[in-house]
Design a binder for this molecule. Sequence first.
Ligand SMILES: Cc1cc2nc3c(=O)[nH]c(=O)nc-3n(C[C@H](O)[C@H](O)[C@H](O)COP(=O)(O)OP(=O)(O)OC[C@H]3O[C@@H](n4cnc5c(N)ncnc54)[C@H](O)[C@@H]3O)c2cc1C
Length: 469
Amino acid sequence: MEKTQLRRPRSVAVVGTGMAGLTTAHLLHQDREKRYQVTLLEKRDQISLSAESISVPSKEKNNPAIWADVPMRAFAGGFYQNLIRMYDYLAVNYHAQPFLFSFTRLPKPQDSSTTSCIPGPSMVYASNFHQVPPVPRTVDLIHWLVEAVYALACYVWFTFCCFFVAPHEEDQKTGAPSESLDHYLRRIWLPQTYVVNYLLPLISSVCTCSHHELLCFPASDVLAYKRQTHSQQHFVVTSGVQSVQQKLLQGIDVRLGINLTQVTPQNEGVQITYSAADEQTTSEYFDLVVLAVSPDVAASLFSPLNSQLSAIPTTTVETVAHTDETSILPMLRATSSLSLKKRNSDLSSRTQRIHFFSNDCITEAVHEQPNSILVTTNPLFPLDKSKIIRSANFTRVLRSPQSRMFINSIFRDRSQRKVSPYSWHSGDNGVYLAGGWCWDGMVLLEGCIVSAMRVAADLGVTVPWDSAE
Ligand SMILES: Cc1cc2nc3c(=O)[nH]c(=O)nc-3n(C[C@H](O)[C@H](O)[C@H](O)COP(=O)(O)OP(=O)(O)OC[C@H]3O[C@@H](n4cnc5c(N)ncnc54)[C@H](O)[C@@H]3O)c2cc1C
């Protein structure tokens, strides 16, 4: 733990304004002993957490605008304990959000380049079984019943295994990495048809990656996520994550348009080099630096991390907010007799629909938001350009048994460091890491909060939502 600085607060540069950077900056800034002078640095010209979210004017007078978060920032009980405690501490309003998921299997690639080839869905599933899902009209009832019983039996078996069949963990003696999801699913004999048609589309839409990338994840990630979210409700922030952003930013010095290019520890602190809007390269010193950026960026900024972090897989995910309903029309025709207007008012009442369109490799997810906005992730079909509201690319950090070992060694307790074959540890040389990927689990918002709390704990700062209990 750091010694209390008596003379002046220590200067801390927190780099990145995603959930991890904002939470770290907030925690250090609110230190009761005022030991840290925090500066938040961001390469974009706006805070990134809610930069792509869309404000939809309300149709009713005097009602505030509705926010559609892009990308989705949903969370669930169980898995997101720290995020929920932080939201409660910040008095952020959130509400339960039930979902209806539809599953559509696309024909082979050569036949599936246009929306005209999209068949109706084969199955519809209600999150937590909160309602009886509609039977698609395009499917024969007997066939649907057989399929539903099959899918349910596989689901029950998978859920049982998540609780009672542990994945193989890393072998400390031989150094063999932990078991991959692919290996685990084969070991428990989960039928491939169920894996390909239901499990991979659903979980790959949470991780927004391809089916193959998901199968390379450590099995422990997916199992822990399933166990902890089992029977738990999903939630969304009522006014979008911009309301979280506002609260976390209060009182913090923010500098936008600062593109870091290098981080170099020196005797008198940590030197950061960056280019600003005028494209001038500038250097500055801080006592401490927190890199709340993706691992590929951290590797390029800070050379001691280069070899460890280069092994962490990442991908780019495209998300498009639009009003082009062409691809979901077969699904709507198959399950709903409602006119679009009626359907929209029905949707805004409670349940939201997410449509999965899967081929052998990847799943496109189309999320119906209130007021006719659709958010498509990993689009497989061309969208009408005139109906696109906003399109954005995000770096998505993936997981593998190998990268899990690297990440765990970086964040291992200092007392256990001797067993680690890797040298650099978060906090060494005054440089810390935070981010959705900086923990042992799926790369989601909870990892942002856990890693920010860890930086605070390392610097002796009390986490208010941790101490309230
Ligand atoms: C399509 C999609 C849907 C998702 N849905 C969910 C969901 O429903 N629930 C959930 O829990 N999670 C979800 N996630 C995951 C979650 O959004 C991420 O895990 C989380 O946002 C990561 O936050 P972060 O702060 O670690 O990193 P980021 O948000 O990536 O922030 C990194 C910041 O660093 C800045 N930066 C990068 N390089 C530099 C540089 N050189 N100099 C200065 N600044 C720099 C970036 O501009 C950015 O502001 C989703 C992700 C995607 C892509």
